[in-house]
Design a protein around this ligand. Structure first.
Ligand code: ZN
Length: 305
């Protein structure tokens, strides 16, 4: 166990619609690295995505969930990251072992790992309404800049966004964190200018975290010269809520025909969770029971239609 506590704090500026969220995520990114066995550049890509999913999830109402995914044109192939209103995040990349030369600056080359030209898709599931989906073309590949342009183009909210992960020589996570600042319409131009200026002076967010700054220290730099106050805080953790019951439901969704094929072919079933690598095994007898249940619920559905 890394023993690091991850959390975020939400802030608003006084007399202004500007709101921002800042997160420290070193512990959960290290958990993700251990679960997925990611290489340094994959850790950085996944870690940035998890950090921002955590930040976005925290802004949703009760039981809300946000997923963002990229079908990468780069060697990472695909990246999925999820966060919810309870501060739980999870995610995966389809090629966790990729190795790429670092950029000239010495930074891990997340931009090349992700690549450009594909779509960044954001799905918000809210308990009270239908899910909404938005997308934007990936033009940068560094994840935070593309997410910022998603907010600008898809939600029409001017947004500044950063996320960073520092990885040790041995591959473990030294520091991770990020922030998201929205400047909705009605924001005084001088507030936007001030925040842009502050951000341009700001060190990499992972460097700030590794220097020992806590969230309030980063807020002091981000909102320097402005008056602001805290509106909420939340702990963050890597957590996958998958279960055997959910795996059963996934098998039943295959339908009776597919289940019978599985029974006759392999004679057993296996569902593995891409978020935590848990494997759920099902014997022939269990598959037969699920196939029976799938048929029953199919019949019920037909009757209702
Ligand atoms: Zn899982």
């Amino acid at each position: 166990m890394h023993g690091r506590r991850d959390y975020l704090i939400r802030y608003v500026l006084d007399d202004s619609p500007v709101n921002g969220t800042i997160a420290l995520t070193s512990g959960l990114v290290e958990d993700a690295r251990v679960i997925h066995g990611t290489s340094p550049v994959a850790t950085a890509a996944l870690g940035r995505a998890l950090t921002l999913a955590g930040v976005m999830g925290a802004t949703l109402k009760d039981a809300g969930k946000v997923t963002f995914q990229i079908q990468c044109t780069g060697p990472l192939r695909s990246l999925v990251s999820q966060g919810n209103s309870r501060g739980e995040v999870r995610g995966y990349v389809s090629q966790p072992l990729i190795i790429l030369p670092s950029r000239e600056s010495g930074k891990l080359n997340v931009e090349e790992a992700v690549g450009v030209g594909s779509q960044l898709v954001v799905v918000k599931d809210l308990a009270t309404q239908e899910s909404t989906t938005g997308s934007v073309e990936v033009r940068h590949g560094g994840i935070a800049a593309d997410l910022a342009s998603y907010f600008v183009r898809s939600e029409q909210i001017p947004t500044a966004c950063a996320a960073g992960v520092l990885v040790e020589r041995d591959g473990t996570v030294l520091a991770a964190g990020g922030f998201l600042v929205h400047s909705p319409s009605g924001t005084p131009p001088e507030h936007i200018r001030r925040i842009e200026e502050n951000i341009s002076q700001l060190d990499q967010v992972s460097a700030l975290v590794s220097s020992g700054l806590e969230v309030d220290g980063i807020a002091g730099l981000l909102f320097a010269g402005l008056s602001y106050h805290e509106v909420g805080r939340q702990e963050l953790a890597y957590r996958c809520p998958c279960s055997r019951t959910r795996a059963e439901r996934a098998l039943m969704l295959l339908g009776r025909v597919e289940l019978v094929k599985l029974i006759e072919g392999e004679g057993h079933g296996e569902i593995s969770c891409p978020f935590c690598n848990e494997i759920y095994l099902f014997t022939r007898e269990e598959l037969e029971r699920l196939s029976y249940l799938a048929e029953q619920s199919g019949e019920r559905l037909k009757k209702r239609l």
